[in-house]
Design a protein around this ligand. Structure first.
Ligand SMILES: [Zn+2]
Length: 157
């Protein structure tokens, strides 16, 4: 059964396994539901975890508090090609200190305010907002290319 916290956090394919409720922030510890991952080198499904790498990322605020997610990006060892690889996660890009949905929220806030105020409202630096802008626009470009290559069209709009 899905726990209430997992339901409230609402990130697909992760379970909330613990939390810390501080005065001005909440930290959710999450773990992946899926036991395996697909090797990016050869496409083989691997379920042998080589190492655990824990990271902290900022997520959408909740009840006026900043929210952080402590997550594990597991490193697998592929039994087929023998190469280690870090799993791809749906909710956060590689080496990002913020979740995709938080970056999208911050970038959409820029439509109604200026960079410095958006940064201040979310308790992040101007530089982080700038990196989110680049990240979100790059993701959009990549998904457009993926849609067009899947449709067999060679021309981009
Ligand atoms: Zn492989």
């Amino acid at each position: 059964m899905t726990s209430l916290l997992t339901e409230l956090l609402n990130i697909e394919n992760v379970d909330v396994t613990g939390y810390r409720n501080d005065q001005d922030c909440v930290v959710f510890e999450v773990s992946p539901v899926c036991r395996e991952s697909i090797c990016p080198n050869c496409g083989h499904v691997s379920c042998s975890v080589h190492q655990n790498h824990y990271h902290l990322a900022q997520d959408l605020p909740m009840s006026g508090k900043d929210v952080f997610i402590k997550y594990n990006r597991r490193q697998f060892k592929c039994k087929s090609c023998r190469k280690p690889f870090s799993e791809a996660l749906d909710f956060i890009g590689e080496r990002r200190q913020y979740t995709d949905r938080f970056a999208e929220k911050v970038v959409s806030d820029l439509l109604h305010s200026d960079l410095h105020n958006v940064a201040r409202n979310h308790h992040i630096s101007d530089d982080v907002v700038t990196s989110m802008m680049r990240y979100v626009s790059q993701k959009k470009v990549n998904s457009t290319i993926a849609i067009y290559s899947a449709s067999g069209s060679t021309k981009l709009p």
